[in-house]
Design a protein around this ligand. Structure first.
Ligand SMILES: Nc1ncnc2c1ncn2[C@@H]1O[C@H](COP(=O)(O)OP(=O)(O)OP(=O)(O)O)[C@@H](O)[C@H]1O
Length: 336
């Protein structure tokens, strides 16, 4: 029987929980996602960052088989989608917009329905799984209230609870802190940390840069449908680290000496800032020493993720490919 042969793909040296290649989605004249090659390494907490409309939700929905790609491939937990959905999806917990809860049922009743629909759930385990999930997201006291009376934050918590009903290999959270107060945001952060500690791979989209910097091990930055950067958070921060701060009592002399050698330098309250885009730290130090400048300290400036994000999303060359993208049009494709 065909069902006995899930469409698996080769596992490469670097195991990934999810992988897309050449992923593209076009709605009418709008290119929502274009040529996205995303890798979500096993065990990572990958933060997908991007401004509104950059294609995060569409990418996530394609990963989960909720939206059919116009082109490209998706691999989820080693299975090619959408054919492998029956094998991959039971091991994926997802919080995506519009999880389809019943408005007239309570939060707890809704979760019971979700639990009963889980192929891997043992019926006798359902009450405990539901209670644990409600506790974990801080919704136990409101669990008896009807869903339609829930605030946005409570709806988000219930969606998160549904994703946590079972241990998962991959948890996908689309803007999980949307609508949450600071306490709720902290709780989501703690849930992500717990999942990570338990070895679960987490893919989380967010526009909150500080949030991603605090919770994620990896980052993927989207801009106008394209993936403009991805990798380990630490490495991306270092790659974005294009500045050197030189402490010296001879700031004007140092600035002149560097500029004479075509090195972009400027005086700052902390010393001399040198842009390392066109030069290197050893060259800067050698030039200063040659010019008789006393160098007290040289420090690489760590750019915050916010700076990196701004630089990546503002870079003109990253947008060229999509320059002909029109304003969003009503979909001519099936929006499912
Ligand atoms: N069903 C649809 N029909 C038409 N256009 C769509 C549809 N879904 C998304 N789009 C368009 O695709 C682009 C990407 O949208 P998407 O929701 O994926 O971005 P996003 O990064 O998740 O944004 P946000 O942070 O605002 O949720 C946008 O221009 C959006 O208007």
């Amino acid at each position: 029987m065909l069902d006995d042969f899930p469409p698996r793909t080769d596992t490469s040296a670097d195991p990934v929980a999810a992988r897309t290649r050449g992923l593209r989605k076009v709605y009418g004249k709008t290119v929502a996602v274009d040529h996205v090659d995303l890798d979500v390494p096993v065990g990572a907490v990958l933060g997908m960052l991007g401004p509104n409309g950059s294609g995060k939700t569409t990418t996530i929905r394609m990963l989960l088989g909720l939206v059919t790609p116009t082109a490209g491939s998706v691999e989820l937990l080693g299975h090619l989608m959408p054919g492998g959905a029956n094998w991959a999806l039971p091991e994926v917990g997802a919080l995506v917009e519009g999880p389809g809860f019943h408005p007239f049922l309570s939060g707890r009743e809704n979760l019971f329905r979700c639990a009963a629909a889980e192929p891997r759930m043992v019926t006798s385990d359902i009450p405990r799984a539901v209670n644990d999930a409600l506790e974990r997201v801080g919704l136990a006291s409101a669990a008896g209230r009807r869903y339609r009376g829930y605030s946005l934050g409570m709806k988000q918590r219930l969606g998160l609870a549904a994703a946590l009903l079972l241990p998962r290999r991959l948890v996908v959270l689309d803007e999980p802190t949307n609508g949450l107060d600071p306490a709720g945001t902290r709780e989501v952060r703690a849930v992500i940390a717990d999942l990570h500690a338990a070895g679960t791979t987490v893919l989380v989209s967010s526009h909150l840069l500080a949030e991603v910097e605090a919770t994620c091990t990896h980052v993927a930055v989207m801009h106008r449908g394209s993936l403009v950067a991805q990798g380990e958070l630490r490495e991306l921060l270092e790659a974005g680290n294009a500045g050197l701060l030189v402490s010296t009592p001879d700031v004007p002399v140092a600035v002149d000496a560097l500029r004479d050698n075509r090195m972009p330098a400027r005086a700052t309250p902390d010393g001399v800032h040198v842009d390392l885009t066109t030069t290197t730290a050893p060259e800067v130090v050698a030039t200063l020493v040659r010019s008789g400048v006393a160098v007290h300290e040289v420090r690489r400036q760590r750019t915050g993720l916010e700076d990196l994000f701004a630089r990546l999303t503002e870079a003109e060359n990253t947008t060229a490919r999509l320059s002909d993208v029109a304003e969003p049009q009503p979909s001519t494709e099936d929006p499912t």
